[in-house]
Design a protein around this ligand. Structure first.
Ligand code: PLP
Length: 505
């Protein structure tokens, strides 16, 4: 104990002498709390086992975070660096000798300020954007805790943090108490897990002796590419995926699904899995879940709902009707990292019957599972062994704003999409290609080539936005996924495009 007191006195002295304790803290009063937090922590904890260096590095983190956030707010976009110039521009080589903290900090600063800003007001390129600060808080704590979610012994209360999220989502989609789930590494993995469970349900031998039958799965031609990849990983085979045609809006046509299933049955193939997309990647289209669920029931097929993009509508009273019939599905996933601002990656995967998940993913491991039962050893229902704590960030956000607060975030995304659509439909220079009730707003401006506009806006550091294709038309895709945006931020996208085209193209 005495040794620890001496150690901590020295430690506190070192904190006070730290170069980060002078200008930086005077600069912003609120940051003083940060010092007192660590001082109190040190005073009250005589059994510190974390390296003192960590405190210094957290000061560096705080200082760099300050720079980064200021840069986000001032510029909104980072200057593009040509991929071939990276090694020349930054000192990235890993050498025998390390760098001093001061140099390392400068290098890190240079790197982060030049990394694309996905939370800026000029970022509309991917299906994620903007960070929720409470989710960031939760995630930073998860990094410090560095648990793995595999067992109760190493995750402790975090197990119930994860289980509470799963229970509440299950209630929102009217799944029974027997349901369960996990938080995999992302949406592609959630879709993979659904495919594996349904394969094992249809053909229990595949788990042990491999696939011997011609199992067939179905998804729309507009579904995410992970479905095809997962078919190859799972031994189903890419040729055994049937891509069902969609209507003008990009929604799967149920009659064509039924026809394909019947054709496969006639050939003695074994249909087993249907993926319905709740928010297709380009058009944001929603497959008719209820109609598809009736076909699945009739043919005894597993129905998975890929809600990675638009699945957060389950929180919204205004938009929940999009998921009509979801309770008839067998599994469901959605990505809070896409529309709710939780850091990458946060994907939530639910199965109607927890036992099915356990049957496919549990494994004996005496070295690992040494206390508690499988209900609390979450490694028995996940793909990964060492699994990151992806629950805490979403739980921290949810706890801080409540279910009603999340509903408002969802509604705001749709509101901002409506603002963009209204601008387009009221301006004859634009052509709209997407439809109402979608977070994707797809359009072209005059006769400009969308590929050229998007690429040149990026090359000139003006705006990050992408292009897509549907039914032979190519267009710019504005995704309304950052609810932190204001209406002005959305309208600014059009102003930037118009000014840029006038001056540059
Ligand atoms: C509809 C849909 N499903 C699945 C995914 C994959 O999610 P992730 O990027 O988390 O693997 C995406 C990604 O954009 C998507 O749009």
């Amino acid at each position: 104990m005495t040794a620890n007191i001496v150690k901590n006195t020295l430690f506190l002295k070192r904190r006070q002498e730290s170069p980060y304790n002078s200008g930086f803290y005077k600069e912003k009063d609120k940051h003083a709390n940060y010092t007192s937090y660590f001082s109190n922590f040190a005073k009250n904890n005589f059994t510190i086992i974390m390296s003192e260096q960590l405190f210094d590095d957290l000061h560096i983190f705080h200082s760099l975070a300050n720079e980064l956030i200021t840069d986000f707010n001032e510029k909104g976009i980072s200057s593009k660096i040509n991929s071939k110039d990276l090694l020349q521009k930054f000192n990235l080589s890993l050498n025998n000798e390390g760098l001093e903290d001061k140099e390392l900090k400068e290098l890190l600063k240079d790197l982060i300020l030049h990394t694309p800003k996905t939370s800026g007001k000029l970022f509309f390129n991917q299906l994620f954007g903007g960070l929720n600060s409470k989710a960031v808080l939760g995630d930073l704590l998860a990094v410090l805790l560095n648990n793995s979610m595999a067992t109760y012994k190493i995750a402790g209360p975090m197990v119930e943090v994860e289980k509470e999220i799963l229970r509440k989502i299950s209630q929102l989609i009217s799944y029974p108490d027997s349901s369960g789930g996990t938080l995999p590494t992302g949406g592609s993995m959630s879709n993979f897990m659904a495919l594996i469970i349904s394969r094992d349900k249809k053909c229990s031998k595949s788990r042990i002796s491999g696939n011997t039958q011609n199992l067939i799965c179905y998804t729309s031609e507009n579904s995410h590419y992970s479905i095809g990849k997962n078919a190859s990983f799972s031994g189903i085979g890419r040729e055994n995926v049937r891509y069902i045609k969609t209507n003008e809006k990009g929604e799967m046509i149920p009659d064509l699904l039924r026809t394909e299933i019947e054709k496969d049955k006639e050939k003695a193939f074994i249909p087993f899995f249907v993926n319905a997309t709740l928010g297709t990647t380009v058009m944001g289209a929603i497959d008719p879940i209820y109609d598809i669920s009736k076909i699945c029931k009739q043919h005894d097929l597993w129905l998975h709902i890929d809600g990675c993009y638009s699945g957060s509508v389950i929180f919204s009273k205004k938009y929940k009707h999009f998921v009509k019939g979801i309770e008839h599905s067998d599994s469901f996933c959605f990505n809070p990292h896409k529309t709710l601002g939780t850091p990458l990656s946060t994907s939530i995967f639910l199965v109607k019957n927890q036992k099915d998940l356990h049957d496919s993913f549990s494994n004996k491991a005496e070295y690992l599972y040494q206390t508690d039962d499988d209900e609390y050893n979450l490694g028995q229902t996940s793909f990964e062994c060492g699994r990151r704590n992806n629950a805490l960030k979403f739980w921290t956000l949810w706890k801080s704003v409540g279910t009603n607060g999340i509903a408002k975030m969802v509604d705001q995304n749709y509101h901002l999409a409506n603002v963009a659509r209204d601008y387009i439909t009221n301006n004859k220079d634009y052509t709209l290609y997407s439809f109402e009730d979608s977070l994707s707003v797809c359009f072209n401006y005059k006769n400009y080539d969308p590929k050229i506009i998007c690429t040149e806006l990026y090359n000139h550091n003006k705006l990050m936005i992408g292009y897509g294709k549907h039914k032979g038309n190519e267009f710019i895709r504005l995704v309304s996924i950052n609810r932190e945006n204001s209406e002005e931020n959305i309208l600014n996208v059009f102003k930037v495009i118009e000014t840029f085209c006038k001056n540059n193209l």
